[in-house]
Design a protein around this ligand. Structure first.
Ligand SMILES: Nc1nc2c(ncn2[C@@H]2O[C@H](COP(=O)(O)OP(=O)(O)OP(=O)(O)O)[C@@H](O)[C@H]2O)c(=O)[nH]1
Ligand SMILES: [Mg+2]
Length: 718
């Protein structure tokens, strides 16, 4: 079967933003204007579960009015096929943005025209930077009271360190938002109603435009009066991308055509020289078609992203694989979900062609996978396809061993594609089935949820036998359990959320341990000498074997490593995982008969327990970046409260008429913050937080935490 849409006519894009900026609302309009659906559903109409938007179809999404998981849809616009992923803005679901950006070629970053650049817009922007994803900005909600286009552009410059380039300026704002001036064509686009089917008129940009359109607010009029300034900025910036056009402009005064400007905008966007900025109001149905035009005109096709980086087993770069149907097959699995159709593995094909029935290699795990059914997803709807080609995003049904982040490839031409990085789960809860008899069903459902979401971690408390689930935040954990109810029909209960502390060491020591046991005839013997030393924060665990002369037989070295890996999960202070340290096996001895893999594992575990205690262990706690937005009147109270929570204020930013206080606060001090904040500010302040880093817990606090853990364990094991 030949390719139906040329690779250069595909746009794989994501919509990313802070929570509530209007991503899903915009996606609904996109589906409507491209003819993919005939109605528009608004977010606030879905709470009774009778209806849902196309992309927020989960019950949890409908009820809460937020996006939880990313959903893929596709549509045609000007003969280009747009594959679009609507992502969540809530920080607890940041994994969804992370993995989407890993496989997308471009992104539309949506801003709330009132709030401007909010914390999650910043986080997502940095993620897009990490993955080198070209983007355009869309300042939405221009109809809201307090909307201010220029302020938003300014924040994009200052907070994101970007080079925003307005390609439109708004005509009017708030109730009187009428449309925009297209600075490329120098035409005014004016809507005469908010109706979804309202057409826009195209007017000349004349000096009396503001009067003609009854624009009265001084700042709105000023913007229109400055239209030539914006146009000049656009032309000058564009021409930096095209020497010939620049020359013609400078020597003959030839004004570049719309086509030349668009070509320059495309080039500059793709090489991240600047980021085009558009404006509109998705809710009032103004500006969405223009966003679609910009997606087609400025965002990359898979062919613009010439190649994908490949790595070796340890993640070190090895080369590139060209984006083309003619290359051997390679794809990245970026998402696994459990669906009514079974386990669905979403892949992005980077090169080659995949056909139904093929046998491919999972090069990450060294296992073969047989390709059964292949489907193209449209939100929750699965449409069978026979093949997938470079640039496509599809889902595979019921793969055996493939997890998020794995590479699938042609077995004769193995490559591993650059993996993705996952965020740190910082909150933990104990979980169990509501009804004891359902524990097994619960366990299996939980396993599936965790498999689908790499920002969840599951562990068993060795002493108490409790199942501990770690995640990004309280909402994340709550939603996970609730989805097990709706998706697997099993109810769970969870304990109080706890901070996911960690342990590390601060001193280098050498530990010798001899494991020796004589039971009847045969005995057990192993001796190890291990050096434990601290590593830098976030480096995890390293094991090095420096033994010489077979003092520890080669076949038993992996057992030493395994013993340490198991034991480090159960820290010596309060049973938290031990991180950021190196263990070097320097010596040991063995007995011909009494030594084996098990005795070396036991010796390593004991060496860890004894050694770490002497290496000045400390507790680490997750510290959050908290942004509290408050009216100025309460600023003193808000800051005082943050200080009492062991927080330190890093910055104060203007946020419209409010002030955003940016602070670093230990997570353990943030429980119950929302209640306190509302009380303190008569409900007028709000906050968001995200993980920043791990930091040593002050001594007095650590003592308390250790005592608490000991008490809780004693109670549970009694
Ligand atoms: N006034 C106004 N409200 C809007 C506009 N766009 C979206 N909204 C409203 O803003 C709220 C959030 O919209 P969503 O589309 O769910 O926002 P989102 O970015 O998808 O949010 P998350 O997925 O939860 O991150 C809804 O109540 C929308 O009706 C707009 O242009 N103007
Ligand atoms: Mg949404």
């Amino acid at each position: 079967m030949a390719r139906t849409t040329p690779l250069s006519d595909i746009r794989n894009i994501g919509i990313i933003a802070h929570v509530d900026a209007g991503k899903t609302t915009t996606t609904e309009r996109i589906l409507y204007y491209t003819g993919r659906k005939h109605t528009i559903i608004d977010i606030h109409d879905t709470k009774d579960l009778k209806t849902s938007t196309t992309t927020d179809y989960l019950e949890q999404e409908q009820k809460r009015g937020i996006t939880i998981q990313s959903a893929a849809v596709s549509a045609f616009w000007r003969d280009k096929k747009i594959n679009l992923i609507d992502t969540p803005g809530h920080v607890d679901f940041t994994i969804e943005v992370n993995r989407s950006l890993r496989v997308l070629d471009g992104a539309v970053v949506v801003f709330d025209g009132v709030a401007g650049v909010e914390p999650q817009s910043e986080t997502n922007w940095r993620l897009a930077d990490n993955y080198d994803v070209p983007r355009i900005c869309y300042v939405n909600k221009m109809d809201r009271s307090g909307a201010n286009f220029l302020r938003c552009v300014d924040m994009i410059k200052k907070r994101l360190g970007a080079r925003p380039l307005p390609v439109q300026i708004p005509i009017g704002s708030e109730d009187n938002f009428k449309g925009m001036i297209d600075l490329v064509e120098m035409k005014a686009l004016v809507w005469d109603s908010d109706d979804k089917d309202a057409e826009w008129q195209v007017l000349e940009v004349t000096p009396d435009l503001a009067d003609k359109l009854h624009i009265t607010v001084p700042s709105d009029r000023k913007l229109l009066a400055d239209v030539d300034k914006f146009r000049t900025e656009l032309v000058d910036t564009c021409l930096e991308q095209d020497d010939e056009a620049m020359e013609a402009y400078l020597t003959h005064g030839t004004m570049p055509s719309g086509d030349i400007l668009r070509a320059c905008l495309r080039k500059g966007t793709l090489n991240s020289a600047f980021t085009p900025v558009l404006c509109g109001s998705s809710y009032k149905n103004k500006g969405v078609q223009q966003v679609l035009d910009a997606v087609v005109d400025y965002l990359p096709a898979p062919t613009d992203v010439a190649s994908i980086k490949t790595v070796d087993a340890d993640g070190h770069p090895t080369g590139e694989r060209k984006t083309s149907d003619d290359e051997p097959f390679s794809a990245l699995a970026f998402k696994v979900i459990n669906d009514i159709y079974g386990a669905l593995t979403f892949i992005r094909v980077y090169s080659g062609v995949l056909t139904k029935g093929a046998s491919v290699m999972n090069s990450t795990r060294g296992k073969r996978e047989k390709i059964g059914r292949m489907v193209e997803m449209f939100a929750k709807e699965a449409n069978p396809v026979e093949e997938a080609r470079a640039g496509d995003i599809i889902a595979l049904v019921s793969l055996a061993d493939t997890e998020t982040g794995d590479t699938l490839c042609d077995a004769a031409n193995e490559v591993v594609l650059e993996r993705m990085r996952f965020p740190e789960p910082v909150i933990s809860v104990s979980v169990k089935a509501k009804v004891k008899a359902e524990q097994e069903k619960f366990g299996s459902a939980l396993g599936k949820m965790v498999r689908a979401d790499p920002s969840l971690h599951l562990e068993t408390d060795r002493e108490t036998g409790q199942t501990i689930l770690r995640g990004m935040g309280e909402l994340h954990l709550e939603v996970t359990l609730d989805r097990m109810r709706t998706e697997f029909g099993v109810e769970g209960v969870m304990g109080e959320p706890q901070v996911a502390y960690r342990e590390t060491i601060t001193k280098k020591i050498t530990e010798q341990y001899i494991h020796k046991k004589q039971t009847g005839g045969s005995g057990q013997f192993a001796e190890v000498w291990i050096v434990f030393e601290p590593l830098e924060r976030s480096t995890g665990f390293q094991f090095v074997d420096e033994t010489v002369g077979g003092s520890v037989p080669r076949e038993f070295v992996p057992s030493v490593e395994k013993g340490l890996k198991v034991q480090k999960e159960d820290g010596v202070l309060a049973h938290y995982p031990t991180v950021d340290f190196k263990a070097t096996l320097i010596d040991g001895s063995f007995h011909d008969v009494d030594s084996n893999a098990m005795t070396f594992e036991i010796a390593a575990k004991a060496a860890f327990r004894e050694g770490i205690r002497k290496a000045a262990p400390i507790l680490l706690e997750p510290v959050m970046k908290v942004e509290t937005v408050t009216p100025g009147d309460y600023l003193g109270d808000v800051i005082g409260d943050i200080n009492r929570r062991r927080g330190s204020v890093q910055d104060q930013l203007e946020r419209g008429t409010n002030i955003a206080v940016v602070a670093i606060v230990p997570l353990s001090e943030m429980f119950g913050y929302i209640g306190q904040l509302r009380g303190m500010t008569s409900g007028r302040a709000s906050y968001t937080m995200e993980f920043s880093h791990y930091e040593p817990v002050p001594r007095n606090v650590a003592d308390e935490v250790i005592a608490e853990v000991a008490k809780a364990k004693a109670a549970l094991t009694a």
